[in-house]
Design a protein around this ligand. Structure first.
Ligand SMILES: [Zn+2]
Length: 217
């Protein structure tokens, strides 16, 4: 892997400021452990109703443009390391998220009272399977979440792709939110969110083929 020019500049600065001694590797500071949406909210965008002008598609994955651009860079970096990222689900409209939530958490009739002999029922939502956010609450609705898969199905905690993402995704502003970590009841190794980057100069920008840049849809 070649050393990108910005990293060279950074390394030089480190050398100048630390004097002699080993040159520190640039440290990527992750913006957070979950996606961020403050900028989109402030600009008046609505979860699940994203303006098509703000959306870009990369290899069949429709995302908010900043997330899409960083995903494209991440995809290329993975490819250079021999990992081919595959996506199962990216942007979800409000209606799509609502349908997914209703499938996962259907309204179910249960006895209104636990006391024996009582009559009447009430309706509650009973959820099963991995957690699904209600419509309007998911980062998929901002176009800033991806569910990854492999050639053999949904991404697992043990797949090479997952390990690559764990080690590298933060360089491109993509994070695995804390609630989705492996070993948790709510684990979702496939679900990643865009959290932005604290210092874009640390991102390894390389020239992309023109025909591989994210496209407006
Ligand atoms: Zn997801």
């Amino acid at each position: 892997m070649g050393v990108p020019p910005m990293t060279k500049v950074f390394a030089l600065l480190v050398l100048l400021t630390t004097g002699l001694g080993p040159v520190a590797e640039p440290e990527y500071i992750v913006a957070g452990d979950k996606g961020y949406d403050d900028d989109l909210k402030a600009a008046g965008y609505v979860n699940g109703h994203m303006d098509p002008d703000r959306m870009l598609s990369f290899r069949g994955c429709l995302l908010e443009r900043d997330a899409a651009y960083m995903y494209a860079l991440m995809y290329e970096a993975a490819e250079r390391d021999g990992v081919r990222l595959r996506t199962e689900d990216c942007y979800r409209t409000y209606g799509e998220q609502d349908a997914a939530y209703n499938r996962r958490c259907p309204w179910t009739e249960v006895p209104a009272s636990a006391s024996p002999g009582s009559s009447g029922v009430k309706k509650v939502r009973i959820c099963s399977g991995p957690p699904t956010a209600p419509a309007g609450k998911s980062f998929h609705g901002w176009g800033r979440a991806i569910d990854f898969k492999t050639s053999r199905g949904i991404l697992s905690c043990y797949s090479d792709d997952f390990h690559w993402l764990k080690n590298n995704a933060h360089r491109f502003g993509w994070v695995h939110p804390a609630w989705a970590h492996c070993g948790k009841k709510t684990e979702e190794p496939w679900h990643w969110e865009f959290a932005g980057v604290t210092d874009p100069t640390l991102v390894e920008f390389v020239e992309m083929d023109r025909d591989r840049l994210p496209l407006a849809e």
